[in-house]
Design a binder for this molecule. Structure first.
Ligand SMILES: [Ca+2]
Ligand SMILES: [Ca+2]
Ligand SMILES: [Ca+2]
Length: 267
């Protein structure tokens, strides 16, 4: 059996098990995650996967997370992560990332006739909500380094799948957040649109269907000041953090992109 056929069949089989994706329109979301990095958290970024079989590491590290989406049947719309710093310690030099592995017209043209384009990523560091870093790459089944870069908390600001070099496309945006103090929360919203909203875009070379991916991250002030009697919780929080870090360190040595198609990519 041709590997493309096998891949399509396996994706179709996996569809019913997946978290959210449905092939209603031309856009399928194969994998959608957020990553957060800070020196106080871990040497690798922590991941929170909302579509696909990935990792949910925020809560174990003391980051309370709420996720909402307003995606329509065609998978256009927005998703929002609200992440509260409940670690008991202030976080500095926080970076936040959104990662989207989508496919366009997959059942008719496969995921391999697609390319990405940098539209506009011009954030000014932590002082504004706009993205500061970006990456367009093959998602990590073969040559792409985007997933390992996300784990490292540093995107390469390069397009490895431009027009004329079509392949499987994934997109990532990164944000300098700065400080996330105890009990402060960040609100990260990512938009998937058929209109040019800046950020990055992803196009099927046959149908010319294009999705645009952009986002914003803002820190909101703490809603309460920690009280002295809460100090006892700090130690517990740090213990939990240490455990999470140890577990993560053991796992990341062999960690690769966990998208569901990894078993069928052989080239
Ligand atoms: Ca396609
Ligand atoms: Ca890359
Ligand atoms: Ca893709």
């Amino acid at each position: 059996m041709h590997k493309m056929m096998l891949r399509t069949l396996l994706v179709g089989w996996g569809w019913g098990l997946s978290v959210a994706p449905v092939l209603a329109g031309p856009i399928a979301i194969d994998y959608l995650s957020a990553f957060i990095a800070a020196p106080q958290l871990n040497s690798n970024a922590l991941e929170d996967t909302r579509v696909g079989f990935g990792f949910n590491e925020f809560e174990a590290a003391g980051l309370a997370v709420a996720f909402t989406h307003r995606l329509d049947a065609n998978h256009y719309g927005s998703v929002t992560w609200t992440v509260t710093n409940a670690t008991g310690q202030n976080l500095a030099d926080v970076r936040f990332f959104g990662f989207l592995d989508a496919e366009i017209d997959e059942l008719t043209t496969s995921a391999f006739n697609e390319y990405g384009t940098l539209r506009r990523v011009d954030g000014a560091g932590a002082s504004d909500p706009n993205p500061d870093y970006w990456e367009i790459d093959e998602p990590g089944f073969s040559f792409g380094d985007i997933y390992t870069n996300l784990l490292a908390g540093a995107l390469d600001n390069a397009n490895a799948v431009p027009a004329g070099s079509t392949w499987d496309v994934s997109l990532a945006l990164g944000f300098q957040v700065g400080d996330l103090l105890v009990d402060q929360r960040l609100v990260a919203t990512f938009e998937i649109s058929d209109q040019d909203i800046g950020g990055l875009s992803h196009t099927d070379a046959f149908s010319n269907t294009t999705l645009f991916f952009n986002g914003s991250v803002q820190v909101q002030s703490a809603t309460r000041i920690p009280e002295p009697h809460a100090l006892g919780l700090f130690g517990l929080g740090l213990m939990g953090l240490a455990n999470a870090v140890a577990r993560r360190a053991a796992r990341t040595r062999s960690r690769t992109y966990p998208g569901r198609r990894i078993a069928v990519r052989t080239e």
